[in-house]
Write a protein that binds this ligand. Sequence first.
Ligand SMILES: NC(=O)c1ccc[n+]([C@@H]2O[C@H](COP(=O)([O-])OP(=O)(O)OC[C@H]3O[C@@H](n4cnc5c(N)ncnc54)[C@H](O)[C@@H]3O)[C@@H](O)[C@H]2O)c1
Length: 250
Amino acid sequence: MNVKDKVVAVTGGAGGLGSAMVEKLAENGAVVWILDMREDAAKEKAAEFTAKGMKVFGLGMDVSKEEDWDRVVKTIVAESGRLDVVVNLAAINIRHSVETMTIEEWVKMMEINTGSVFLSAKYAIPVMRAQGGGLFINISSICGLIGHLYTTEAYTASKGAVTLLTKAIASRYGHEGIRANSVHPSTIDTPFVTAVMSDPVKRKQRLDEVPLGRFGTVDDVANAVLYLASDEASFVNGLALTVDGGMTCY
Ligand SMILES: NC(=O)c1ccc[n+]([C@@H]2O[C@H](COP(=O)([O-])OP(=O)(O)OC[C@H]3O[C@@H](n4cnc5c(N)ncnc54)[C@H](O)[C@@H]3O)[C@@H](O)[C@H]2O)c1
């Protein structure tokens, strides 16, 4: 997969899933910018990958803040000369049902999970247009495609909006060489998931939902992102790519 010298920004890149994507892209030759609210963690990860010979930088930002997008896009273009791919991964989940969630919590989830994708497009599209093209890879979820019994309504609504915002950007800006695709993982085996699923009944309940009978790995998702970011996927636009072991086939 050719991503050599592409300049890629990954929001939430200091986290478990995010840093796996950063590593996969950077070891294949991309220049990667980790953008994360945890500035120290972003810089530490960047230093760790740089020490292994990869080109990785870290910046602190809050993806729900317009002034932060303005700043980071300007910094990336000033330092790396262009911005080819934005991977929108940073998101939160406040685990309250509709009956127990406050409107403030709802708004916060929409601002971070969906507003971030809107702001990334607002600030990156002019740069992408000027350089002749670009790509958004928006990390949604299976919950951006289906309603799910064990997931909050706010998370589902925020990820569903990411799915269609992706297709809307793909439709409007495709003729300028600016593409957008979304990725839809099912449950991924991260330390958090391992802890939550230590209850064997809960674990079986969740595994029974997946035709392939296992949780996803961070590499499963990172490989999908590597493909979408590569030259080999240059005709792929507006795709909602499931990485879910077939869970959404039911
Ligand atoms: N883990 C799963 O099973 C799973 C399944 C489906 C989809 N996803 C999606 O994958 C993505 C990452 O999930 P994860 O489990 O690795 O999450 P995580 O909480 O481990 O990582 C999220 C990262 O985003 C950063 N972040 C949070 N709010 C931010 C903000 N306002 N501005 C900047 N950075 C911010 C955090 O510091 C963290 O590094 C999310 O979009 C999530 O919805 C995860």
